[in-house]
Design a protein around this ligand. Structure first.
Ligand code: XBP
Ligand code: MG
Length: 252
């Protein structure tokens, strides 16, 4: 079995986008609309149980705001708030305000050099991905990814496997030929649901998630001068994730 491709999640995996990216963008959209909805970092951790910004807003109202009476055009309001939120997020990302996580840029460049095919499978909105890549990974880097599968392109978001099925189908690859890189339990359910071996790098919001079924759980991808920590899974004897590590993990 040869490793042919890597499928990357975005939020929490390529960059820590949630607490200081998506969250303030939601809050700005709420404030612009004169709503008293305000998501602090702790509440946002609970809201991350639901993927997708529109879905998250509805979950918030249903579970945390019994006092709010929904207008008849609630779905429309949510869609408008989400568009405003996307504009705020894009502006923040365009200022280069959201750095890539350790090892991400190095690994992507090495994978390209090694001839591995690259794709993205995320629940976030496509514009958010392209602006993040352009400004935090580098100009033109969206072309590194042969497929950017994102947002409402599939009817069911993660933890459903649909976005991974979509990306695999577009690439004409079997799950067995690929590895997925994820940061969350919802992401792992999605990738495993599509039959993909999955490498997890945790972040503050996902440290306590249940990662059973992951091929390995790491603190981050690591760098030659900043080794990562192995949290669960096989010790492949390498202090950071490179292409040789990924091939060994895939064959394991
Ligand atoms: C990402 C998400 C998204 C983003 C916001 O999950 O849950 O909802 O928080 O995205 P994953 P939008 O990393 O598992 O893909 O507001 O653009 O929907
Ligand atoms: Mg994620």
């Amino acid at each position: 079995m040869t490793l042919h491709a890597l499928l990357f999640d975005v939020d929490g995996t390529l960059a820590d986008t949630e607490r200081d990216g998506h969250r303030p963008a939601f809050n700005q959209a709420f404030a612009d609309a004169g709503l008293d909805w305000r998501w602090d970092a702790e509440l946002y951790g609970k809201l991350l149980a639901v993927t997708g910004g529109k879905e998250r807003m509805k979950y918030y109202i249903d579970h945390f705001r019994p006092d709010y009476s929904k207008p008849d055009n609630f779905d429309e309001l949510v869609a408008e708030l989400h568009q405003a939120k996307t504009r705020h997020y894009a502006a923040l990302a365009a200022r280069g305000g959201i750095p890539m996580r350790p090892g991400v840029k190095r690994l992507l460049a090495e994978a390209r050099d090694a001839g591995l095919r690259l794709a993205i499978a995320t629940t976030t909105t496509p514009e958010n991905v392209t602006v993040l890549l352009e400004h935090s990974l580098g100009s033109g880097t969206q072309d590194w990814f042969e497929v950017i599968a994102a947002g409402d392109i599939v009817p069911a978001k993660k933890p459903a496997p649909d976005i991974y099925h979509y990306a695999l189908e577009k690439m004409g690859l079997n799950a067995a030929d690929c590895l997925a890189l994820e940061d969350s339990e919802n992401g792992l359910h999605a990738s495993r649901g599509a039959g993909l071996k999955t490498l997890i790098t945790v972040n503050d919001y996902t440290l306590d998630h249940d990662f059973s079924g992951a091929a390995v759980v790491l603190s981050d991808l690591g760098e030659p001068d900043a080794p990562n920590r192995l949290l669960a899974g096989p010790d492949l004897g390498r202090p950071y994730v490179d292409v040789a590590y990924l091939r060994a993990l895939h064959a394991n």
